[in-house]
Design a protein around this ligand. Structure first.
Ligand code: GLU
Length: 446
């Protein structure tokens, strides 16, 4: 909640739509900004990928409490391809523990193409789980044989997405029919004793895993599950442990974006994984999960528009994970009521975009029965520009709702003195309450 300008015909109720609209409009705008960019090429190693609509474009963002914003072709299903790799790695870790997995797969960036037929010279293990050699070794570690192993994988991804995922049978058959290079990798691993399972069986599961279909929203939810340390915020199910997630995010950070990992970490700063199907899943630990779909790929195999969207989101919303803050998100520290119609919210910590979004949304959700709302930001340690814009933007929305909002902001860190709404800013709660009471008495009867 921020500060409101107008007061209309009685206390209308602000709804959850107010805050969502701000973020929604922002996402729509990012989509429009990048929609005209038609650079890149469709993957063409199998006919199914070469035949997808190159214009398809979708962005989904899941907050850490499971609220999803989406824009564009978010119902379009596409194959997960290599975005699957961190999830199978996580599953193997979850079932067998770090020591066993580490004995089979390294964690060093390879500096080689994703489908390079290579292993670490000394250890003879695949260098990391984000290249095909490591991903195939991870499949072999998942318990079960044949269908059972695949069902374990499908069940784990579905647990992260919060819905049952299915295989695109045509893509699967094509992957199988054209998979000579992956066969070469699997047999090489077998000869080095890295695969404790039949290479053909493992390959079959790997091809099916790559052919599972998702939407951008599924990817956002899967990413949000990682952002929550393995807890799916939609279903409330703990799909894996925080330790497994920490390791998974580590390899996504160093090896997730094919050969562009360094550029990605510098410019975007979120653990992420892309796939040749055109999907990218990006994770802001503790805060957000992002899923983008656009099938035109750059020469590294990353979605051109997907990378640009993630850059824009990161830069404009201040999402880089190495942005130093004392707390990764601010929280509502106290909520209390004064009289019957004034509700006070006290916020503390560092207010960043995701924190502001959640604070505003919970205020919207819980303050429906209150004509006046006071937001006390005097205990905030810091507030960044995107969070400030959220507070200011909401105030404009509430102006049309007939509700009044007052801000306790002694240092004027949220509303500058010259802002038109500055006269609704007070040095302490008592002054804000007095102003709210005066407003209530002068307001026309509903
Ligand atoms: N099925 C593809 C392969 O293994 C996945 C490629 C990718 O998305 O990187 O070659």
């Amino acid at each position: 909640m921020g500060v409101v300008g107008g007061r209309g015909g009685g206390p209308a109720h602000a709804t959850i739509a107010d805050v969502s609209e701000l973020v929604q409009r922002y996402l729509d705008q990012i989509l429009r900004e990048h929609a005209g960019d038609t650079a890149g090429k469709l993957a063409d190693y199998i006919p199914e990928l070469a035949a997808v609509d190159p214009d398809d474009f979708a962005i989904s963002v899941s907050s850490s409490d499971g609220y999803v914003y989406e824009t564009g072709d978010t119902a379009t299903q596409f194959t997960i391809q290599s975005v699957s790799k961190p999830f199978t790695y996580a599953l193997a870790m979850d079932r067998l523990g770090e020591a066993v997995v580490d004995a089979h797969i390294g964690v060093e960036p390879s500096g080689e193409a994703f489908n390079e037929i290579s292993v670490d010279r000394t250890t003879r293990r695949p260098k990391n789980p984000m290249i095909n050699a490591g991903a195939i070794a991870a499949v072999a570690l998942v318990p079960g044989t044949g269908d059972e192993r695949f069902e374990n994988i499908r069940g784990f991804y579905s647990g992260c997405a919060g819905r049952e995922l299915d295989v695109d049978e045509e893509v699967y058959r094509s992957e199988e029919a054209t998979g000579s290079r992956n066969r070469a990798i699997a047999y090489m691993l077998d000869s080095f004793g890295v695969l404790d399972a039949d290479p053909d069986e493992v390959l079959d599961v790997y091809f099916r895993q790559c052919s599972l279909t998702v939407t951008s929203t599924d990817l956002a939810r899967m990413a949000a599950t990682l952002a929550r340390g393995g807890l799916n915020p939609l279903t409330g199910r703990q799909v894996t442990t925080a330790e497994v997630v920490r390791r998974t995010l580590s390899v996504m950070t160093t090896c997730g974006m094919y050969d562009a990992a360094g550029d990605w970490v510098s410019a975007v700063g979120m653990p992420a994984k892309s796939g040749v199907g055109g999907g990218i899943a990006a994770v802001l630990p503790g805060q957000l999960g992002i899923g983008v779909y656009s099938p035109l790929l750059d020469d590294k195999g990353n979605s051109v528009r997907g990378v640009k969207v993630c850059r824009s989101l990161s830069q404009e919303l201040g999402l880089h994970f190495l942005t130093v803050s004392r707390e990764s998100r601010s929280t509502i520290r106290a909520v209390y009521d004064v009289d019957d119609d004034i509700r006070v919210y006290e916020v503390h910590g560092d207010l960043l975009f995701a924190g502001a979004e959640q604070v505003l949304r919970s205020i919207d959700r819980d303050s429906a029965d209150f004509a006046a709302v006071i937001l006390d930001v005097s205990r905030l340690d810091s507030v960044n520009d995107p969070a400030r814009a959220m507070l200011l933007g909401l105030s404009a929305q509430l102006g049309g709702e007939g509700k009044a909002g007052f801000l306790v902001d002694p240092d004027r860190r949220v509303i500058p003195a010259e802002h038109p709404a500055a006269d609704l800013c007070f040095p302490d709660v008592d002054d804000a309450v007095a102003a709210a009471r005066a407003w209530l008495h002068s307001a026309p009867a509903p």
